[in-house]
Design a protein around this ligand. Sequence first.
Ligand code: C5P
Ligand code: ZN
Length: 501
Amino acid sequence: MIPLNELLNAMQKAKDFLFAQIEKGASKNQDEIAPNLQKKVSLQHFDSSRFQKNIHIYSHLDADGLSAAAIMAKMFTRENIGFQITILNQLESQYIATIAEEISKYNRFIVLTDFGSGQYEILKEKLKTTDFLILDHHKPEKIDNPPEINHINPYFYDIRGEDEISGAGICYLFSKIMNEKNQDLAALAIVGAIGDMQNNNDKSEFKGINQKILQEAMNDRKIILEKNIAISRTRPLIQSLIYSLPLEIEGLSGSYDGVVQFLNRINIQATDELNHSRTLIDLSEMEKKTLTNALIQYALVEKGISTDDIKKLVTTFYILTDFDPKISVSDAREMSSLLNACGRRGKQGVGIAALLGNAEALTDAMSEKKDYKKELSRAIQSAKKQIREYEYIRTVYDNTIDERIIGTICSILIHSDLQHDKPLIAFADSDNHFLKVSSRANRELLDKGLDLGIVMRKACQQLKIQNPAGGHPPAAGAKIKTAHLKDFIEKVNEFVKEQIG
Ligand code: C5P
Ligand code: ZN
């Protein structure tokens, strides 16, 4: 059978399993909401008319996790199944313990989205199989054949969760099995995939199941593709060209006069009749073509930029037609970064509601994003001063950085002017003398065979660290006691050496 069909078959069984669980069993304390969890956001929809159990969705804090939660929210609402959502930075042991308590006390059924596979063993130890369902795309600890009914993951079917389908994508496929109507959520799955950088290639193209999902979104005109210069679509044209070109072009980047002269030369007005700044989306199709061609010509002929780099000047925008085209988040990439900002600033509910089209939430989310940008730029400056060199890794530990943004800081730094020869391992203070660990590697290191997911897991296993660690080859994380820091760095250095030394 083809892998996608196998995956869908498993989902069909998982759906029946879910209904079997929530339709049976007497409920206790049905109207009570589960106990407060830290960093919790609650979006509730309780209607227990037909079902004995309410559902508690736990999802991951990033843009993919929030998109996954939004899809599930819409799906359960459509089925009239009560639910509550909690967003966690990571599914740590302490949360799993609280979940176990919640199940017995409040008779909940748990759905874990965009995480869970990396914690399957501990989940199985603490909960009954019949109490939870995992819809994840992170590489499982071990690839079971056949997998258990409550564990959906593309890797069981030879489908790469790294770039062929996201957590939101898995939830989307599941939601369509629940109800064909949910096909109108395909664009949300694309927002999630972009959040996980699954189209992170020269042409920003999707592959595998992501490509099929994109096609469905396009067939329903929920997404339209727009090839255009890779600058902001909604900032004033002059500013966009000065500040947001994807590569440095001498004479334009950073130069107001240069950009103004360039636009004059090609006869494109930077303002309209009312003297309002024009943006990329205000240009006519003809003007867009002129601008793109002139820019390529200028970079290639006058500045001698290589054809490989020139390709970066043009990109595909994925336009979300449910949003006003004049606002930045009608671009799926911007939407995903909006969600990310909301997540990292603890405003997950606002992000989910914005994605689902709530206008007030959208306004709030945009203001969160501004604050988030400020917070990031301060943190990057601060982190740069704390970088330490080891033989095979670099580390950064900055106790002024929030644990929710340390992963992002680590990602930005690994793609900054740091040398490309070592992965970066970043630490931030967490509660109760724990540290949140984030690690990132660039393409060169991956090509040499580095897998940070394995490195993190092995280091934690060796130090008998209870919290499950994990992730993908280029990005992985862990949670360790502050007291373990020195030993942990030593182990990570050793395992990176083993892989690429
Ligand atoms: O937290 P951070 O952004 O650094 O995580 C990088 C990747 O590692 C994410 O995909 C995350 O889900 C995964 N991860 C994990 N287990 C952890 C920490 C992170 O699977 N304990
Ligand atoms: Zn994900």
